[in-house]
Design a protein around this ligand. Structure first.
Ligand SMILES: [Zn+2]
Length: 215
C-alpha cells in the first residue's frame, strides 16, 4: 500500500505462487487472475485456507444425529469437483459450499469473485454484471444488495466505533455513499475507499460467518 512503490506496476509485483496470495493481494488484478485460473480443486484449497469454504463440519445428515465429521472429498461429476462427506457414513454428503458465502448460488465461484471484485472496484452494476457474465436485471441486483448488506452489517457490528489505523487507508471518497452506515446521520459516512479495506471487510465478515458454523 506504500505510495512509493505505486509506479513499479502491478505486473512485476504479481505473486506467481497462488498459495501465497492473500485476500489483500487481490487488489492487484494479476494476482486475482492467477488465483482464479487455477483448477477448481486448487481454488477450493485456497478458499479453505482463507476461511471462505469449510474444511470440516459436524455431520448434518442421518436420521439420528450422526457423530461423524464432514470433510472435503473429491468427486468426479460434481460441479465443484468436491463435496463434504461424513467420515462415519459415506452416504452422508453435502455440497462443498454448505454454510459458506457461496451457498445457494448456481454461479461458479470464479464468477462470484469477479462480481465482488468489480463491485468493490466501483464499477456500475451494468459493468459488474458484464464482467461476471451474470444477468443484469435479476442476478446482479440480488448479489449487489447481498454484498451491500454484508458491509452494512459488518460495519454496524464491528467498525462503527473503532478508530482505523495502520494499513487502512482513508481518503476523500465516501464509502458510505453506497452504504449508509450511520443511519441517524447519512451525511457522516465512514471515509474509507481503498479496495483493500473493502476486501478486508469482506474477508472479516466471511471469517466471522464461517466461524459461527465451526461449533
Ligand atoms: Zn454422518
Amino acid at each position: 500500500m506504500a505510495s512509493s512503490s505505486i509506479n513499479a506496476g502491478n505486473y512485476r509485483k504479481r505473486i506467481l505462487n497462488a498459495d501465497e496470495i492473500q485476500i489483500c493481494d487481490l487488489q492487484n488484478p494479476w494476482n486475482f487472475f492467477i488465483l482464479m485460473n487455477q483448477d477448481d480443486s486448487a481454488l477450493n484449497k485456497w478458499l479453505m485456507d482463507n476461511n471462505l469454504l469449510l474444511k470440516s463440519m459436524p455431520c448434518s445428515k442421518g436420521d439420528d444425529a450422526c457423530s461423524g465429521t464432514m470433510r472435503p472429498s473429491q468427486r468426479a461429476g460434481k460441479p465443484s469437483g468436491a463435496t463434504l462427506r461424513c467420515n462415519k457414513n459415506r452416504n452422508h454428503e453435502v455440497a462443498i459450499r454448505t454454510n459458506s458465502f457461496f451457498e445457494n448460488s448456481k454461479l461458479c465461484i470464479q464468477d462470484i469473485f469477479m462480481f465482488v471484485k468489480s463491485y468493490l472496484d466501483g464499477l456500475s452494476l451494468r459493468h459488474v454484471s458484464l464482467s461476471a457474465g451474470v444477468h443484469y436485471k435479476t442476478t446482479a441486483v440480488d448479489w449487489a444488495s447481498f454484498i451491500r448488506e454484508i458491509f452494512k452489517e459488518y460495519f454496524h457490528r464491528n467498525m462503527k466505533h473503532r478508530v482505523l489505523t495502520g494499513e487502512v487507508e482513508i481518503d476523500e471518497s465516501l464509502f458510505g455513499r453506497r452504504v449508509k452506515f450511520h443511519r441517524g446521520n447519512p451525511n457522516k459516512g465512514l471515509k474509507v475507499s481503498s479496495l483493500y479495506t473493502e476486501i478486508l471487510f469482506f474477508k472479516i465478515y466471511i471469517h466471522t460467518f464461517v466461524s459461527h458454523v465451526h461449533f
